[in-house]
Design a protein around this ligand. Structure first.
Ligand code: SAH
Length: 248
């Protein structure tokens, strides 16, 4: 059954009226009919089986048949600070990161990153939001990963929580695994790991120095240079694997 995120406010009683955007997808893209069943996900861990009633108006009406708890989120919260890179490559990080289990995405404006996006800010954010939502629907998550507005690296470094790691191709000593093993104590149930990934050109030297001054750990992802989008997804996956969240 297809799954769709809806606002929890829309799921109060035994029936619900879906918004126009979702109604359009159901009626015209998926061509669902009266009597078809779908899963509505509230983004807070609840899933509702629903049956389509009236599909003739621009806002589809459904009957809620049952509620159940959805898939729990990983206990480790990985926050991915990904430098903004060219269009579809950034989209790819959002999609794959969502599938892996990233809790929160922070688009980073870094020195050598993409400065002038081709599309407007609002339009771009709306597209990112849609990519994260559709990936979460597809992969079975019942919480929507957070997606916050883009911020500068310096603001991000100041506000990041938990263990702060900056994969840096110049790091020769500390590996991602070592940093995780040293920092995440055994008793700690819900570690937060903030990962900062540079753009195609890498972080500028002064950006790395500033991060280190603030106590951020630079880590190696191995001897090969990964493209920015690969580094983001690989670092998130490796961290989640190391913390036992990816079939380890
Ligand atoms: N242009 C740079 C590489 C940038 S790679 C150069 O040629 O040296 C883009 C980003 O991916 C980097 O900023 C870093 O955050 C991450 N990255 C790529 N490969 C890495 C590696 N082997 N170890 C750690 N971080 C890496």
């Amino acid at each position: 059954m297809d799954r769709f995120f809806v606002s929890p406010d829309a799921l109060q009683g035994d029936a619900a009226e879906l918004d126009r955007e979702l109604s359009h997808r159901l009626r015209h893209v998926l061509r669902l009919r009266r009597g078809d069943r779908i899963i509505l996900v509230d983004g807070r861990g609840g899933e509702y089986e629903a049956e389509l009633e009236d599909v003739s108006s621009p806002t589809v009406r459904v009957t809620i048949l049952s509620r159940r708890a959805g898939l729990p989120e990983p206990q480790a919260r990985v926050v991915l600070y990904q430098s903004i890179i060219k269009g579809d490559r950034f989209d790819w990080v959002l999609e794959k990161g969502t599938e892996i289990g990233v809790a929160k995405f922070v688009p980073l404006v870094s020195h050598r990153g993409v400065v002038r996006p081709r599309t407007g800010r609002v339009e771009r954010r709306e597209r990112w939001r849609r990519i994260v939502t559709e990936a979460a629907e597809q992969c079975g998550r019942s919480h929507l990963p957070e997606l916050v507005p883009a911020m500068s690296l310096s603001d991000a470094l100041e506000s990041a929580e938990g263990l702060r790691l900056l994969p840096w191709e110049g790091e020769r000593q500390t590996t991602l695994r070592q940093a995780l093993r040293q920092a995440v104590g055994k008793g700690k149930k819900t570690p937060v790991i903030s990962i900062f990934v540079g753009p195609e050109g890498g972080f500028a030297r002064q950006e790395v120095d500033r991060a280190v001054d603030l106590g951020v750990l630079t880590v190696s992802l191995g001897p090969r240079i990964l493209r920015s989008e690969t580094a983001g997804v690989v670092a998130a996956a490796a961290a989640l694997y190391e913390l036992g969240e990816l079939g380890a």
